[in-house]
Design a protein around this ligand. Structure first.
Ligand code: B12
Ligand code: SF4
Ligand code: SF4
Length: 391
């Protein structure tokens, strides 16, 4: 067991540390003491809700126990970055026009823009607590850390029925980042309902009351119970993480969402307090939301690289984006998109062809047979042939 480093930070020293971290661009800075998290992660994994994200199984033990990630860890510093911007130019989509993007994606990749803030935070910890670089570890999204669990423990917000970590100040619009450290820092209090004041972690939906808006609004029925998402049914998973075919029964529910989904965030009444973020650790790319669907369907590899350079969307690759755009086109009712889709029926990638066939079938109805006949006869890929057969 590695010994804690330095004297416990509390009182005015702790508040000074908080102020310095906030000055780096973190809108929320909260502290938790390392200890067992009251987590249902194992049950979530056993139910198969992680879909094909096998990396979650491999790191499950670490996710629930900070000491396995950083031996001797004493505290978790939870940081929040507000990415709310006013509706103008944001991911609102327009009927029959541009597709909808998850708000978080309309930025230069947040992993890259938040990281310099974490590096600077580490230097502050070294100065304040006499830490060496090996005495702390920082993560934004990609580490084996249950970020929402720790954020709730640190009182940064509460876990909503939509599974989001909801802040009373910033609503649903916070990126989370964490620093595990061997420094002992006096912990902040978790949020509690006065009448329930007691020890232990609060359940999901602590400040939701009778509201069920998020559960009712989910277009693909992805909540097996309040506070838990079945990724297999979640549009965010299907349009971002899934590298293969999107299940046919989920495609209509995707609607005009070409990348990610904010439905269960948007409907939440706690967003009423959200204000525009400081954008110190973020760089907006709202121009992406201005791309019409017809242009996305015609993107070349060169243009894809040019438009999405530096964003998280580039990881989807052109074929993934075309796949999603075909689904959105199939849901659009816009017959004017048929020429672009018929070109994609002959695309090199089977995954694009499969979804283009579905979209043509949806848009052209009984006329689809003759339109697709020559491509159908030439098709050799089994998954694409299955789309022809199912239509
Ligand atoms: C895998 C993953 C996904 C998957 C699975 C989502 C899910 N609900 O689990 C998919 C691809 C579907 C996804 C979607 C999205 N994601 Co995501 N995702 C993650 C990731 C990498 C792991 C989440 C995880 O461990 N899930 C497993 C479940 C079981 O854990 P959990 O929901 O966190 O809940 C646990 C704890 O809260 C704890 N717990 C339960 N009750 C309580 C109560 C208390 C008091 C405590 C202490 C603990 C506790 O137990 C729970 C079970 O173990 C995190 C980053 C990270 N390292 O944490 C980002 C993260 C959760 N995603 C994020 C975002 C923004 C999204 C999307 C909004 C993106 C989009 N617009 O398309 C959607 C939202 C979907 C939703 N409603 O959850 C943010 C959320 C920020 C926030 N304010 O909550 C995170 C934290 C990334 C980040 N660093 O900012 N995501
Ligand atoms: S992100 Fe969309 S699909 Fe996923 S749970 Fe929320 S509303 Fe449902
Ligand atoms: S929409 Fe309602 S039920 Fe869902 S998280 Fe927000 S307050 Fe809770």
């Amino acid at each position: 067991m590695t010994a804690p480093v330095g004297a416990r930070i509390d009182g005015e020293r702790r508040e000074e540390l908080r102020r310095r971290l906030q000055a780096l661009g973190f809108d929320e800075v909260r502290f938790a003491a390392v200890g067992a998290l009251n987590t249902s992660l194992r049950g979530w994994l056993d139910a198969g809700y992680q879909a094909a994200m096998q990396w979650m199984d491999r790191t499950a033990d670490k996710r629930a126990e900070a000491g396995l990630v950083l031996p001797g860890a004493q505290s978790v510093i939870m940081l929040g970055v507000n990415y709310w911007t006013a509706p103008k130019g944001a991911a609102t989509g327009t009927p029959g026009g541009n597709p909808r993007w998850a708000r978080y994606a309309l930025h230069v990749d947040y992993h890259d823009t938040i990281r310099p803030g974490l590096v600077a935070a580490g230097k502050i910890l070294e100065e304040t607590g006499g830490l060496r670089a090996e005495d702390y570890r920082y993560y934004v999204d990609t580490g084996p850390v249950l970020e929402r669990g720790w954020a709730a423990r640190a009182g940064l917000g509460f876990r909503g029925k939509n599974a989001m970590l909801i802040s009373r100040t910033h609503g649903n619009w916070l990126f989370l980042a964490s620093i595990l450290t061997r420094l002992a820092i006096a912990p902040d209090e978790p949020l509690r309902k006065k009448i329930l004041a007691r020890d232990g972690d609060e359940p999901a939906g602590l400040l939701c009351g009778k509201c069920t808006r998020c559960l009712d609004a989910c277009p693909t029925d992805a909540f097996p119970r309040p506070g838990e998402v079945d990724a297999r049914r979640c549009i965010s998973y299907q349009t971002i993480e899934n590298k293969g075919i999107i299940p046919r029964d989920l495609r209509p529910g995707i609607g005009d969402r070409v990348y990610g989904c904010d439905v269960c965030l948007e409907v939440c009444p706690w967003n009423r307090f959200a204000r525009q973020g400081r954008q110190v650790l973020l760089e907006a790319r709202h121009d992406i939301a201005e791309l019409p669907l017809g242009e996305i369907l015609r993107l070349t590899p060169g243009r894809f690289t040019e438009v999405f350079r530096g964003t998280a969307i580039k990881r989807l690759k052109l074929t993934g984006l075309l796949r999603n755009a075909c689904v959105v086109a199939g849901n659009s009712g816009e017959a004017g998109l048929l020429p672009a889709l018929l070109a994609l029926v002959a695309h090199d990638a089977p995954i694009v062809r499969a979804h283009a066939v579905w979209a043509v079938q949806r848009l052209a109805g009984t006329d689809a047979g003759p339109l697709l006949e020559s491509a159908r006869v030439a098709e050799t890929d089994e998954a694409v042939r299955a789309e022809y057969a199912a239509g």
